[in-house]
Design a protein around this ligand. Structure first.
Ligand code: HEM
Length: 176
């Protein structure tokens, strides 16, 4: 674990000092510095966030973690919509993101605080992944999908029969 700069720095330490906004800023700066250097995550972030937009992104991420960990209510965004715009985002990258995040938390904070960050990040990552990647129809077994297709065909056939019946009724002869 690293020493905090300054004797009055109150962010997480081996004695498990309470988390502060300052601690969150340290975490965010350090984590995204690693993300930007990372061989897998770096190019995805570089493509999505222009150089001049990084300070705003880091500020948003401080607000986000402050809302989650200190219930400050400072974050008012839509993470699902934001991640839908990210080109090249995959489930594997979430694993890398979580590993780097956990590593950074453990460098800066004591075990209890690092565990708490990890658990919250994991839960949020899972719900983001469900929103981004979960497609129920793709996860059904093949026979379920075939049955659904069959039901859909039957539904369409019935619908056509009804239309034909209606046309016959109107014109007095079978049109199709
Ligand atoms: C594969 C993993 C991830 C990638 C590649 C990724 C990438 C990005 C990028 C590029 C943005 C900026 C989008 C924009 O401004 O248009 C963003 C925003 C954000 N990300 Fe992630 N992210 C990942 C995982 C996560 C996780 C696990 C969390 C939370 C635990 C998270 C929380 C956020 C939040 C709160 C924002 C700000 C959304 C807003 O604009 O309000 N991200 N992410």
């Amino acid at each position: 674990m690293l020493e905090c700069p300054g004797a009055d720095c109150a962010h997480g330490s081996s004695t498990e000092s309470p988390l502060t906004e300052d601690g969150i800023r340290h975490l965010v700066d350090r984590f995204y510095a690693k993300v930007r250097r990372d061989g897998d995550l770096g190019p995805v972030f570089a493509n999505a966030i222009a150089e001049e937009a990084w300070p705003a992104h880091l500020a948003t991420m401080c607000d986000f973690w402050s809302s989650i960990m200190l219930t400050s209510g400072r974050y008012h965004g839509n993470p699902v919509a934001a991640h839908r715009r990210v080109e090249g985002i995959t489930p594997d990258l979430f694993e890398r993101w979580l590993a780097l995040f956990d590593e950074t938390c453990r460098e800066l904070f004591g075990t209890a605080l690092a565990d708490s960050f990890r658990d919250k990040a994991k839960r949020i990552a899972t719900s983001l992944q469900l929103a981004l990647f979960y497609r129920p129809e793709h996860d059904q077994p093949e026979h379920d999908r075939q049955r659904r297709r069959h039901d859909l065909c039957r539904h369409r056939q019935l619908h056509q029969v009804q239309i034909h019946g209606l046309r016959r009724g109107l014109s007095g002869r079978l049109l199709l």
